[in-house]
Write a protein that binds this ligand. Structure first.
Ligand SMILES: [Zn+2]
Length: 191
């Protein structure tokens, strides 16, 4: 699946909106991304998981590890595509950790999978969880890479789409300057 096809799935499911938005942070953007809205459709989640599986199969992972919550659904689908375990790390006292009996060890080749990579912070933290458990990290992947430098995760990194999402303070927002009405995503507007 090429990046255009991936973005079409996001647009069709309302997971990618284009316009003029006021984000939860208060910043303005011309794009709004909410990957849970595409992943809510299991058939679409499976197609995205297959696509990431194709990109990463050569790494020969033996387990997929994702950060909760955002990475769980796509991690499950990548695990299914690759025919390997899919587990997740979750926060306990502010720190990502393996719970529920999930474990990795020296014989595991771990692929870290997230839905959207922004700063890379949660992927790096997830890599550290596996590394501290003694596992090998063979790579990391996300559906969308919002950043500009994938080397920041420190392992081979793959994404289906690279997409910058610039944000602006209201005072410096070019869309505000043009007088385009601003919308809060998630709120229904009348048509
Ligand atoms: Zn604005």
């Amino acid at each position: 699946m090429d990046s255009t096809a991936v973005l079409d799935l996001f647009r069709q499911s309302g997971a990618l909106l284009e316009g003029h938005f006021r984000l939860t942070s208060g910043l303005h953007s011309e794009r709004y991304l909410q990957s849970a809205l595409v992943l809510q459709y299991p058939d679409l989640a499976a197609r995205l998981g297959d696509a990431i599986g194709e990109q990463t199969r050569h790494l020969q992972p033996t387990v997929v590890l994702s950060p909760a919550l955002g990475g769980i659904v796509i991690g499950q689908e990548v695990g299914r595509a690759l025919g390997v375990r899919a587990i997740f790390a979750e926060r306990q006292d502010g720190r990502l950790t393996l719970r529920r009996g999930f474990a990795v060890g020296p014989s595991d080749r771990v692929l870290v999978v997230e839905d959207v990579l922004t700063t890379g912070g949660s992927t790096r933290e997830t890599i550290d969880v596996a590394r501290e458990a003694g596992a090998q990290i063979v790579g990391a992947s996300s559906i969308i890479d919002r950043g500009s430098d994938a080397s920041r995760v420190g392992v081979p990194f793959f994404s289906l789409v690279r997409m910058e999402v610039p944000t602006y303070e209201a005072a410096g927002c070019p869309l505000c300057a043009k007088g385009v009405p601003v919308v809060k995503p998630g709120s229904r507007t009348d048509h």
